[in-house]
Design a protein around this ligand. Structure first.
Ligand code: CTP
Length: 396
């Protein structure tokens, strides 16, 4: 693969990405811009990649590197992608080795932008990003956080471990066209916590891994992804907008806002059906008597509510639910699909160490149009990709 490095301070984080890529067996050719070398020098890239490093088209001309490097790549990953570099790529300018490589590559191309918020939000940058996306490139949204100086905002390069995941997913899909480009999807993940008092809650075992895999794989397929995460302690996926919530009522509110204008909504979060009826502001103390029972109130069924408001408001949106069942898995799944009214229900068997907190998952997907698709045990990303295949077939 080609690792294109733009002239941004975040180039220092890309050394760590390069290290991860080579350690996992990838053959990486680093192609920095001249400006990138002002941040991290040529010897660092050469030593970490074990490959020659050039920025211009006038070295080793007999090997025609300006054409060969792009043509022979399985993936071109550009990080940090600066505003200037994306403007050149969008305009087809080829004035150094990296911009030439971007014109000759026919493999998946991923840009991981990093810049100050103002530069990212500028209409010129946004227009260039839209152009690159319309041509099939994956442009990851930058993360929100601390920028170069003391300021914070959107524009931060995602962490190297998450850039590595994005590169791995892009390589995994190979030359397949990114089929969610131009689509907005909302995924809920994790498990809600219902406060008993300021220190205790009712919760569940959901780790959020399946929801995070859905968000990552959708981003790798070009979607604009919002991930609504309930109490998940996993790293923030690259290129995904994250909204954090805790209780079912907060999740419900976030989903109501975020689903507007989305092409697909996937409810993979484990939502508590009940919450303590009264919210206690002080910690409950032992009194020596038998503990008082906790009275419960019912939470809204968020998924059923999303389906209901879709038809009330005439929205075109594909809605997917998840069902974790311990017994009579398919019969319960069919009844749940009918009750919730969603387009797809991903049913998996839980208990006995299955699904929760593990890397693998298995499921049967039931569709409102009658289709039944078995997804064998495999990585949660494989299951996520199969779910997106089924969603793509049904998108409005
Ligand atoms: N769900 C929801 N709101 C709730 C409960 C569940 O949106 N209050 C969603 C989940 O995110 C999931 C689907 O509904 O996509 C099924 O969740 P599950 O807990 O299996 O459904 P329940 O209706 O709670 O059924 P059960 O009686 O089996 O608990």
């Amino acid at each position: 693969m080609v690792l294109g490095v733009g002239g941004g301070i975040a180039a220092y984080k890309v050394c760590e990405l390069l290290r991860r890529l080579t350690e996992s067996g990838h053959h990486v050719r680093v192609v920095p811009t001249e400006a990138a070398l002002r941040f991290v020098g040529e010897p660092t890239w050469a030593a970490l990649s074990g490959q020659p490093v050039e920025t211009g088209v006038w070295e080793t001309v007999h090997e025609v590197p300006h054409v060969r490097i792009g043509q022979s790549a399985d993936l071109v990953f550009v990080a940090p992608a600066t505003a200037d570099l994306m403007a050149k790529a969008a305009a087809g300018i080829a004035d150094d080795l990296l911009t030439n490589t971007l014109l000759t590559a026919r493999c998946p191309v991923v840009f991981a932008p990093a810049m100050h918020t103002e530069m990212w939000e500028h209409p010129a940058t946004q227009a260039n990003v839209a152009t690159l996306r319309s041509r099939g490139a994956i442009v990851l949204d930058p993360a929100v956080g601390r920028l170069t100086g003391v300021d914070t905002g959107r524009g931060r390069l995602p962490e190297p471990s998450e850039l590595f995941e994005a590169a791995r997913l892009a390589l995994r899909r190979g030359v397949t066209e990114p089929d969610l480009v131009g689509r907005r999807v909302v995924v809920s993940a994790g498990g809600t916590r219902e406060a008993i008092d300021p220190v205790r809650f009712l919760g569940n075992h959901s780790s959020g891994r399946q929801g995070y895999a859905l968000a990552r794989t959708a981003a790798a397929r070009g979607a604009d992804v919002t991930l609504v995460a309930a109490n998940v302690s996993l790293p923030d996926p690259a290129g995904v907008r994250l909204v954090r919530v805790s209780s079912a009522l907060e999740l419900s509110e976030a989903m109501t806002v975020e689903r507007v204008g989305a092409d697909a909504v996937v409810m993979s979060a484990a939502v508590a059906d009940f919450r303590p009826a009264t919210s206690v502001v002080s910690k409950i103390k032992k009194s020596g008597d038998a503990p008082a029972p906790i009275e419960l109130a019912e939470n809204p069924d968020i998924l059923a509510g999303l389906v209901r408001s879709r038809s009330e408001q005439g929205m075109a949106q594909t809605i997917v639910g998840f069902a974790a069942e311990t017994d009579d898995v398919l019969a319960n799944g069919r009844a749940k699909l009918a009750r919730k009214g969603c387009d797809l229900l991903v049913v998996n068997q839980v208990g006995g160490g299955r699904a929760f907190g593990t890397d693998d998952n298995q499921a049967t997907v039931l569709a409102a149009d009658g289709a039944v698709v078995d997804i064998p045990t495999g990585p949660k990303e494989d299951l996520a990709d199969r779910v997106w295949d089924l969603v793509v077939e049904r998108l409005p």
